[in-house]
Design a protein around this ligand. Structure first.
Ligand code: FAD
Ligand code: DHB
Length: 390
């Protein structure tokens, strides 16, 4: 077996990369250690930036998103229950697309397979080799048998816990990291969302986020301890806390329903530099993690693979390596701005146990400012809908 680009991981990054490359006439193989059913059911992100929604549509994988996704023109920010709207459309001329990451994954898998794309699901023991030369190799086990293929480049799209980043020789990568003293307890439920738009709610009890997947399915999050024990959270207690963190009218506006999924996510900011070594290129969560408050993770993954696909296109067309060499710089200029935004949103909206009464008042003043100043709300809006991509 041989291909031009060997891709490890069939998350948004790996699948979108394979899709973009196919449109450029570049061949790829994806290896993924989970089953197709598993990756298609994995509930994760829900907000797609404006340019990324356009990219999905322009490249022929946006039809269902355009039918079933929800275009939102703003968000609400709650200050101890008082909700104030940030009007993205008025401030930036743009909106966002609310559409589940697992739906994007389903659409991309369907498109790849329909176009004859190769995805090896349910493999194990992936290893990457020889990326310091011109003939890298990917080795893995399928049905107990060792298999191997060679390629020109390896794309490490295997997420934060993947094997590609740890395969980079010691001393090449510098890691930048911040771990937060809180996490999110998230549920997916059969219930209508409390508002037509997302609510980011700051309260004395902690942060709550009220998102959705449709008019009848809600995606709701509570700030919790990073190692929160889910067993201590029966559904009834989750609903009660979600109502309280909406403010005085929480009881009235939050409808309850069957809980379809429940989980705890710890939060970290993480970036590596460089994102490449030899012919191994890391993308998405394999290279950087943001805390989820700004809804940036999947969008950054899509931006990385767009830049990588352009670099490969230039290489295969002309033999030039300038874009490949500039890959890290190009990605990180965007990544660090998203890191800054995600850190800022997270710090502004969560109760940090290390903060004192001064910090709480400063935090409230910041929320008050950002929801009343045209300049400050415009800055939030332009980052949230997605900085321009070039
Ligand atoms: P992943 O989605 O992690 O995909 C990596 C793939 O590689 C997986 O399929 C994995 O099974 C596979 N893999 C791993 N190891 C191997 C191996 N050794 N061999 C083969 N395959 C392997 N982002 C947003 O943009 N907006 C949001 O609203 C948002 N909300 C979020 C909410 C939560 C609760 C969480 C947890 C995340 C959220 N994110 C959000 C972040 C977003 O989900 C991630 O940034 C995104 O999944 C990154 O995509 P990826 O393809 O880089 O990595
Ligand atoms: C969702 C997740 C986020 O992190 C966010 O900021 C907004 C929405 C969601 O899952 O819907």
């Amino acid at each position: 077996m041989r291909t031009q680009v060997g891709i490890v991981g069939a998350g948004p990054a790996g699948l979108m990369l394979s899709h973009l490359l196919a449109r450029l006439g570049i061949d790829s193989i994806i290896v993924e250690n989970r089953s197709r059913a598993y990756v298609e059911a994995r509930i994760r992100a829900g907000v797609i930036e404006n340019w990324a929604a356009d990219l999905l549509a322009e490249t022929g994988v946006g039809a269902r998103m355009q039918r079933e996704g929800l275009v939102h023109e703003g968000i609400e920010i709650g200050l101890h229950g008082e909700r104030r709207r940030i009007d993205f459309k008025r401030l930036t001329g743009r909106g966002i697309m609310v559409y589940g990451q697992h739906e994007v994954v389903k659409d991309l898998i369907a498109a790849r397979l329909a176009a004859g794309g190769k995805i090896e699901f349910e493999i194990s023991d992936t290893t990457v080799h020889d990326f310091d030369g011109k003939q890298p190799k990917i080795r893995f086990k399928k049905n107990g048998q060792v298999q191997e293929f060679s390629c020109d480049f390896i794309a490490g799209c295997d997420g934060f816990h993947g094997i590609c980043r740890p395969s980079v020789p010691a001393g090449v990568i510098t890691e930048y990291e911040r771990v937060y003293p809180f996490g999110w307890l998230g549920i997916l439920s059969e219930s209508p969302p409390p508002s037509h738009e997302l609510i980011y709610s700051y309260t004395e009890r902690g942060f709550g986020l009220y998102s959705m997947r449709s008019e009848t399915i809600s995606r709701l999050y509570l700030q919790c301890a990073p190692d929160e024990d889910l067993a201590k959270w029966p559904d009834e207690k989750i609903w009660q806390e979600l109502k309280r963190r909406l403010g005085p009218d929480g009881e009235k506006i939050l409808k309850t329903g069957k809980v379809l999924e429940k989980g705890v996510t710890a939060m970290r900011s993480f970036v590596i530099e460089p994102m490449q070594t030899g012919r191994l290129f890391l993308t998405g969560d394999a290279a950087h993690i943001v805390p989820p408050t700004g809804a940036k993770g999947m969008n950054l993954a899509i931006a990385d693979v767009l830049f990588f696909s352009r670099a490969l296109d230039e290489f295969y067309r002309s033999g030039k390596t300038a874009l490949l060499e500039g890959y890290t710089k190009k990605c990180l200029a965007r990544v660090w701005k998203a890191q800054r935004f995600s850190w800022w949103m997270t710090s502004m909206l969560h109760l940090n146990p290390a903060d004192n009464a001064f910090d709480r008042r400063r935090q409230f003043a910041e929320l008050d400012y950002v929801t009343t100043s045209e300049a400050a709300s415009k800055s939030l809006a332009e980052n949230y809908v997605g900085l321009p991509i070039d």
